[in-house]
Design a protein around this ligand. Structure first.
Ligand code: NAG
Ligand code: ZN
Length: 381
C-alpha cells in the first residue's frame, strides 16, 4: 500500500467514525413509496408538467419554476422556498442579459438556528438545452427533478413525526436538515467551456461561499456551527441523466465512497426484499466493493464542480456510459423507462430517510402504492 492509498483510506473511513447512522429496518424499507402514477409521462403530477423545453428565460422555464414552487407551497408548506436569481450573457444570445433562477427548498428542524443545521443537499438541474430547438431533456434532467420532489414529499411525514414536540434538535450544536436545490443553467448554450456551462451552480456556489448565515433567511440568531451555506452542506447529492433503462452508476469519489455504499446497500436490500420493479442482472449502483486504490481522478463535469472545488463532499449519481438518448431529440417522455424511474425514487428516498434517521417514523403507504406492497404482504404470511 502506497502512502497515497493510505491517505485515501483514512479520508474514506473518517465519516464512518463520526456519523451516527442507523440503517432502516426491513419494515421501514417496505414503507418507501415509489411515486407510482406520479411519474406517468402524460398525466403524472410530478413529471408530466415539466416534459417541455425549459431554456432559461423562456416561458417553459417559468412554467417549470411555477410547478416546483406550487408543489412545495401546496404539499410541503414547512419547506422554505428560496429563489436565487441572477442574470448572465451567453455566447448564443449576445449582449442580452438572460435571467437564471436557482430554486432552493429547505427543511430545518424547528426552533434551531439556521447556522447550526448541516443539510443533506439534493440537487438536479431543471434547465434544458438551447439547441436542438424543441429538445425536452427528460433524463436531462426533468426526471431527477421529479424524483427529488417525490423524495421530499416521502420524508415529510416522518420528519414531522420526528420533530413534533421536541422543538427540533437536541440543542447540543449541529442539527440535521435537508434541502432540495433545483439548479438552472447547467447546459452549455454553444459548446461546453468553463464560462459556457454551469451558470446556476457557479453563481450559487459563489454566493453561498461568501454569504454569512446572518441574514433574513436564517432568523436573527446569526452564525452558529457553520460560518456559511457551503460549509453547512453535509453532502451534495447530484442526480443527473436518470430515467433510461439499465443504468450503471459508478462510485466516482473515494472521499465519499462511504455515502455511495449507503445508497448501494439501500438498493441491494430493496432488491432482496423484492421491492424494486426492475429485475436487471446488474444493480444500478454496482460499485459496492470498490476499494480506495481503484479510484481514479476522473469524473463527469456537472453542477457539483463549483462545490467540489470549494471542498464540499459530493455524491454524483450519473450513469457511465450516458444514456443513448443523451443530448438528442430522443431524450423525451416516450424513451423513458418508468419502472427504472420508480426504482430510483425508492432508492433515493430510502437513502435520504436513512440519513435523516427516520426509521420507524414512515407513515403507512397510500392505497395506490401497490408495487412491492403485495409482495411484502405475501412475505408476512
Ligand atoms: C426571483 O424571481 C422570481 C420569479 O422570476 C420572483 O418571483 C422572485 O420575487 C424573485 N426573487 C428575488 C429575491 O428577486
Ligand atoms: Zn445535458
Amino acid at each position: 500500500m502506497t502512502l497515497t492509498t493510505i491517505i485515501l483510506t483514512l479520508l474514506t473511513l473518517t465519516p464512518h467514525l463520526t456519523t451516527s447512522y442507523t440503517p432502516l429496518s426491513d419494515a421501514s424499507l417496505r414503507l418507501i413509496p415509489s411515486g407510482n402514477s406520479d411519474f406517468d409521462i402524460h398525466s403524472g403530477a410530478l413529471l408530466a408538467p415539466i416534459l417541455i423545453p425549459r431554456v432559461p428565460g423562456t416561458p417553459g422555464s417559468e412554467a417549470a419554476q411555477h410547478h416546483f414552487v406550487n408543489f412545495f407551497r401546496t404539499h410541503l408548506p414547512a419547506w422554505e422556498v428560496e429563489w436565487h436569481n441572477f442574470t448572465s450573457t451567453t455566447p448564443a444570445t449576445g449582449d442580452k442579459q438572460v435571467p437564471f433562477r436557482n430554486l432552493v427548498f429547505r427543511r430545518d428542524p424547528p426552533g434551531v438556528k439556521g447556522g447550526d443545521v448541516a443539510r443533506l443537499t439534493l440537487v438536479a438541474h431543471y434547465d434544458s438545452l438551447y439547441r436542438p430547438e424543441g429538445f425536452i431533456g427528460a433524463v436531462d434532467s426533468a426526471v431527477p427533478c421529479a424524483v427529488l420532489m417525490h423524495v421530499a414529499r416521502s420524508v415529510e411525514g416522518a420528519l414531522r413525526a420526528k420533530w413534533e414536540g421536541t422543538g427540533g434538535g437536541d440543542g447540543l450544536g449541529e442539527e440535521v436538515g435537508v434541502q432540495v436545490v433545483l439548479m438552472d443553467g447547467e447546459e452549455a448554450w454553444v459548446s461546453w467551456t468553463d464560462e459556457d456551462s454551469l451558470y446556476g451552480a457557479r453563481a450559487l456556489a459563489e454566493t453561498w461561499s461568501g454569504e454569512g448565515q446572518r441574514g433574513k433567511d436564517d432568523g436573527e440568531d446569526g452564525v452558529g456551527v457553520f460560518s456559511n451555506r457551503l460549509e453547512s452542506i453535509s453532502l451534495f447529492v447530484l442526480l443527473d441523466l436518470l430515467g433510461s433503462g439499465n443504468p450503471t452508476v459508478p462510485s466516482y469519489f473515494a472521499k465519499t465512497h462511504w455515502a455511495y455504499e449507503h445508497m448501494a446497500t439501500a438498493e441491494k436490500r430493496l432488491r432482496e426484499l423484492g421491492l424494486l420493479e426492475t429485475k436487471e442482472a446488474k444493480p444500478f449502483l454496482p460499485d459496492l466493493q470498490k476499494k480506495s486504490y481503484q479510484f481514479t481522478m476522473g469524473y463527469v463535469l456537472d453542477d457539483h464542480v463549483p462545490f467540489l472545488q470549494r471542498g464540499v463532499d459530493v455524491l454524483h449519481i450519473i450513469p457511465t456510459p450516458f444514456p443513448p438518448v443523451w443530448h438528442t431529440m430522443d431524450d423525451d417522455g416516450l424513451h423513458l423507462d418508468i419502472p427504472t424511474i420508480r426504482d430510483w425514487a425508492k432508492i433515493v428516498t430510502a437513502f435520504v430517510a436513512e440519513w435523516l434517521e427516520l426509521d420507524g417514523l414512515l407513515p403507512p403507504l397510500a392505497s395506490d402504492e401497490k408495487v412491492g406492497r403485495e409482495h411484502s404482504e405475501k412475505d408476512e404470511l
